[in-house]
Design a protein around this ligand. Sequence first.
Ligand SMILES: Cc1cc2nc3c(=O)[nH]c(=O)nc-3n(C[C@H](O)[C@H](O)[C@H](O)COP(=O)(O)OP(=O)(O)OC[C@H]3O[C@@H](n4cnc5c(N)ncnc54)[C@H](O)[C@@H]3O)c2cc1C
Length: 265
Amino acid sequence: MFTIDNYVMAENLEEAYSLNQNRRNVILGGTMWLRLGRKKIGKAIDLSSLGLNNIEEDDEKFTIGCMCTLRNIETNKSLNKYFNGIIAKSVNNIVGVQLRNGATIGGTLFSRFGFSDVLTALLSLDTYVNLYKGGIVPLSDFVNMPLDNDILINVIIKKDSRRASYLTHRKSSSDLPVLACAVSNYDGEWNVVLGARPMKAKLINIKKNYNLTKDDVVEEMLEIIKQNIGFGSNYRGSGKYRQILAEVLVRRNIDEIISGGNHGN
Ligand SMILES: Cc1cc2nc3c(=O)[nH]c(=O)nc-3n(C[C@H](O)[C@H](O)[C@H](O)COP(=O)(O)OP(=O)(O)OC[C@H]3O[C@@H](n4cnc5c(N)ncnc54)[C@H](O)[C@@H]3O)c2cc1C
């Protein structure tokens, strides 16, 4: 359990950012993850009064405020009309509704957890994070940036007609994933993302206008993935096991995209 000496309801982002430069101070998301630790927090910085808990939409994009909960993104009908609903699919195994009602998208993406379902799914889409000092950065770059004291203001997902599919393998339905896999296809361009390897999610972009009805072309894609994505071991599974799972999940996701079918999870 963490302890907090002082609690500050930030009045604006500049105040929150400057307080966050002190190593003892911490930005609060939903505190679901923070409360598992033992950090002695000097000032806990709450962003709740800054209007960052909305999902906004225009013709080109969705903008999701950092204080939106995972449950907000799971139940947002507009958002889940796109990308074959993979955003909802990527969160609905995360523990239970009670946790998803607390955990925020800001805390989730800023932390860049190796096991993250949401990070894996969003990397397969045209996604950006808007950082207070760092500006708008593609999620595919942000995932490899070192942790710093910036503030993630919101997440931007560009609208397009890409088809997408998301699957995980878990030992039980609400456990952390042993492996997570998202695949999307847009205009002949394939994004394959493997997360919970157990390292951070990795995106491979394959720009080939494959006729993917042929099995041998799927095999060629799997070979590219094998050459470019490594797998590690932990108590949930060995690297070798994850490699085998990856081939199955990639194949099923590609199948689902091509056939419009549903393999479930
Ligand atoms: C028991 C448990 C099981 C889980 N299982 C899964 C799972 O199966 N799959 C999965 O994908 N995830 C899982 N998660 C992670 C969860 O989905 C969230 O990603 C996690 O709780 C972080 O979100 P939060 O809002 O609680 O962040 P917090 O705990 O509030 O914060 C986490 C970190 O992010 C920082 N932070 C928060 N908001 C911002 C911001 N806007 N800008 C900058 N820094 C910020 C905080 O300072 C802190 O360092 C699990 C979490 C728990 C507690």
